[in-house]
Design a protein around this ligand. Sequence first.
Ligand SMILES: Cc1cc2nc3c(=O)[nH]c(=O)nc-3n(C[C@H](O)[C@H](O)[C@H](O)COP(=O)(O)OP(=O)(O)OC[C@H]3O[C@@H](n4cnc5c(N)ncnc54)[C@H](O)[C@@H]3O)c2cc1C
Length: 314
Amino acid sequence: MSERTVYAVKLKDQEQLMSSSSGGAFTALSDVFLEEGNAVVCAVYDYISHRVLFRIVDSREQRDLARGSKYLQAEMGSVYRDSVSWLAGHPEGKLLFFGLGCQAAAFQRYMETARCGDRVVTADIICHGAPSPRVWRDYVQTVAPEGGLTGVNFRDKKTGWAHSVGTAVVNGEEISIQDYRRLYSSRNTIRPSCFSCPYTKMDRGTDLTIGDFWHIEKSMPDFNDPKGVSLVILHTDRGRELFQKASGALEYRLSNERECWQLNLEKPTAWPGSRDRFWKDYRDRGPAYAIAGYSRKKTMPARIMEGISRVLGS
Ligand SMILES: Cc1cc2nc3c(=O)[nH]c(=O)nc-3n(C[C@H](O)[C@H](O)[C@H](O)COP(=O)(O)OP(=O)(O)OC[C@H]3O[C@@H](n4cnc5c(N)ncnc54)[C@H](O)[C@@H]3O)c2cc1C
């Protein structure tokens, strides 16, 4: 019998829930570490370089800056070495790592090699695929050629969690970045390695997994929430202990592996037929042409065909 425990969760604090991409599992779990004087390793958007960088954060203010899904691959940078140094400087301290499956596995392995494995708890994030950071930077050039991009929300829930939209702030004005969201959905900008991702399964090798609790409107309609619901899968006793400590900040329901099923818990995202053409256009005709050409709204027949192949695929 599986030893995994599955929960649907959402933050009780409605303001924090709205600023989280799913149900705010990241906030509740990281609060436990911060309150105990420990630190959290997570991915933060940098508005100067328009990259996403892993950082060690030890306050709620810094942690809040890591909220939100960023649809570009984050850079590990020096975070492995910095984490070992942080642990050396805090002999009683512990780190909680949040990152995509590949990043969590790499972090865990590095820490074990550095003999720090027992002082690290790892949480991996379910992932559809990490998009190219170069495409995002080129996109920023198209929407803010003079600079001035001071805010970005890849999953703005003002239209509901299940119907979230991409928004950004350029020179103080909110703009839509739905075309970038559509480009991500087209799968053309996802890294080649993601299409054979070994972490797209239930057994993740981490202490716990977080993601969106998709399809909850069918499996647990009375717990569904337009502000978002997180999926939490606990794999180890360390994961269970952390969840237990975080549970006071959460509304939660016990679930199971069948109810929380989604594609990327079973297999990698499929290579899209248009990917080679997209990158040829990107090189030959330039980013603006390729981004505009491959981020168009889908026609109704195309959406119906996509729905049918998704059902057949699953
Ligand atoms: C590229 C990407 C693809 C995803 N695909 C899926 C999916 O197919 N199915 C699914 O259920 N969930 C997916 N998610 C996860 C989901 O969107 C939420 O990020 C997750 O449920 C956490 O939400 P939250 O409300 O708990 O936390 P939030 O408060 O929104 O915190 C976000 C967390 O994600 C981390 N993060 C954000 N962007 C990145 C990044 N680019 N690289 C590494 N870490 C990052 C932050 O450090 C933080 O820990 C994806 C996330 C990303 C970044």
